[in-house]
Design a protein around this ligand. Structure first.
Ligand code: ADP
Length: 322
């Protein structure tokens, strides 16, 4: 773990100088502050979980260790250090902390606005101005809807990543799902004059129909958000080799810059920080899509040639696994 090849490289050397000389940012650790040395000096077992150990090649890993003094006839003769590389666990903890801080921010923003709108109404200041009061109620409802969909999305993701989402597989004609996803957007389409074009081969896939419809609905409603009035959204489904179905949702909107094609699938990642405010949405839609597709052993990705809109594709299995 420390990268040494033979005992000769370490025997007779000072352990502190070899692998415990400084903190992660390079600040030297004085021997007097060294827990390992102190465990010998004070004859106490010490547990430490927030330090790093240095490798021979100058890199380090997050270490957790127990230093246990060895005593012979009352005298300290050395110490046993049991250590563990906890780099991955630390990375997970950091991710969890970041996730919680983003989630609390995302929850607090609509709640603050909801509180302000209700406060104005409850304070009576708008009694004589019913149209203004109505406007505040609309703000409150909008923010409540946003909170509900955010909480639903977070719970969905959580259940999926814990593998607790019940899946109901059956053979489904993918063209039918494309049609249903398009039909669900009927009212928005009428307002914006965006047209759907569905090119579906009569293929079936072995999927959870509700979850795939949820994926398509996410992709289609994203495509609609970015589609200029009067433009076209293409939905395709075709056999992709003997075992897969390829599904695509292509729009003629502003597209996605190449460096964002992968990150948009991460939680709360947007191309533009203002996207969720301007366009609605939680920033979790594509993370949910990816999770659903992966539970079907498929892949999902985005393509976007400059000036030609965005295309999202995913693959699904045609048959039940044997
Ligand atoms: P949101 O709830 O913000 O839509 P998503 O995870 O569904 O969250 O999408 C993440 C981001 O990816 C969006 O905020 C947007 O910046 C970008 N995006 C998604 N679909 C498209 C699209 N069809 N055209 C351009 N950008 C898109």
């Amino acid at each position: 773990m420390l990268g040494y090849d033979s005992p000769d490289e370490v025997l007779g050397h000072d352990a502190h100088r070899l692998f415990h000389h400084s903190t992660a940012d390079g600040t030297p650790i004085d021997m007097r502050d060294c827990h390992i040395h102190n465990s010998i000096a004070q004859l106490t077992t010490t547990r430490v979980s927030d330090e790093v150990f240095w490798r021979k090649n100058g890199t380090f890993f997050d270490a957790q260790y127990v230093a246990c003094p060895q005593i012979d006839e009352g005298y300290p003769v050395g110490t046993t250090v049991l250590f563990q590389d906890v780099t991955e666990r630390r990375a997970l903890e950091r991710m969890k902390d970041e996730f919680i801080s983003t989630v609390s921010h995302e929850l607090r923003t609509p709640l603050t606005s909801l509180r302000a709108a209700l406060g104005l109404i409850a304070g009576g200041a708008l009694h004589a101005r019913p149209e203004k009061a109505q406007q505040m109620l609309d703000v409150a409802i909008g923010n409540t809807d946003r909170l509900v969909s955010l909480v639903n999305d977070i719970l969905d993701l959580e259940r999926m990543s814990a593998g607790k989402m019940q899946m109901h597989f059956s053979d489904v004609r993918i063209g039918d799902l494309l049609q249903r996803a398009a039909d669900l957007q009927h009212s928005t389409v009428q307002k914006t004059g965006v047209q759907f074009r569905i090119d579906a081969e009569p293929v079936t896939a072995h999927v959870d129909a509700d979850r795939i419809l949820q994926t398509l609905t996410n992709l289609v409603s994203n495509a609609l958000k970015f589609s200029p009035p009067g433009s076209q959204i293409r939905l395709i489904a075709r056999a992709n080799g003997p075992n897969e179905v390829l599904v695509g949702v292509m729009d003629q909107g502003r597209g996605i810059p190449p460096e964002k094609l992968e990150t948009v699938f991460e939680r709360f990642q947007q191309v533009d920080a203002s996207d969720s405010r301007m366009m609605g949405g939680t920033g979790l839609g594509l993370a949910i899509c990816r999770s659903i597709v992966e539970q079907h052993d498929g892949h999902i990705w985005a393509e976007s040639a400059s000036g030609e809109g965005a295309s999202f594709y995913f693959t699904l299995p045609r048959f039940a696994p044997r």
